[in-house]
Design a protein around this ligand. Sequence first.
Ligand code: C2E
Ligand code: MG
Ligand code: MG
Ligand code: MG
Length: 287
Amino acid sequence: QVKRAGRHDYRFFTAAMHQRAARHLQLVNLLRYAIERGQLRVVYQPQVALPDQRIVGAEALLRWTTPELGDISPVEFIPAAEDSGLILPIGAWVLRQAVRQARAWLDAGLPPLVMAVNLSATQFRDTELPELVSQILLEEGLPPEYLELELTEGVALHDPQGAITMMNHLHERGIRMSIDDFGTGYSSLSHLKKFKVYKLKIDKSFVRDISTDAEDKAIVSAIINMARSLGLKTIAEGVETAEQLAFLRQQDCDEMQGFYFSKPVDAEEFRGLLADHAFHGSPRARG
Ligand code: C2E
Ligand code: MG
Ligand code: MG
Ligand code: MG
């Protein structure tokens, strides 16, 4: 009985593994042509500042739709892009789209904002990254202070010395950096002090239960206080409710991002949000 169950489990496990490997391979093969087939697009999620919930930034998030598989989440295809090296051309494409979009909104007379773009581990290790970013900014005509690169805590900590060097190079070119998913890694204060970052993005796993869980409350509060004493700004991601907003406001978190304000939307819709905010202030803040 036990033996049979064991064998069954084993076969199930290998079948699942095989399926995952096959899917991975399929994604890599499709991803190779995603740019030229026009299957990638960038959506933008507002980042709002307290106290008045003004839109001060946008996070560029990549979307991929194929005729074969439909919509595929970046949580699934970014790792495939990483493993195959395709993240370098794809990452450069996202960066250019986002920078171009930020320039277009400025040209349209909309209130200035900082465009945040996610960087993967491979991009961050690419020694040509600082030159690439500078070149895109120059070609698209966007001053560096309107761009922010989001780097996950895990990537920064994998090779702290390399990360510090890369951050210094980017910093010299006036490019801002923030630490994404902060709290999920194990940054020490001594690392944070050396990292040339100006903002910490508090991971949404801590924000989710912030109104009910005493430990999450304590963690978020500690991150905000630590950031403040190091002269760093904070942004909370995954804000979905008025209760979460109230707690973050009380803790003096600088900025917020989440479905409570808006889901990620296409450039057209984002422009509408910006225009509305520019002339009327935040609809939520008014209400
Ligand atoms: P991330 O950078 O931490 O992005 C935040 C994720 O949280 C996004 O998921 C966003 O849609 C989602 N989100 C926003 N507000 C809420 C909320 O209120 N509640 C919840 N539950 N989720 C919320 P998305 O777009 O699926 O992206 C997932 C991850 O994929 C990103 O996490 C980032 O790590 C990666 N990613 C996305 N676009 C890119 C890209 O262009 N380059 C790279 N390297 N990674 C990307
Ligand atoms: Mg991010
Ligand atoms: Mg994040
Ligand atoms: Mg995240």
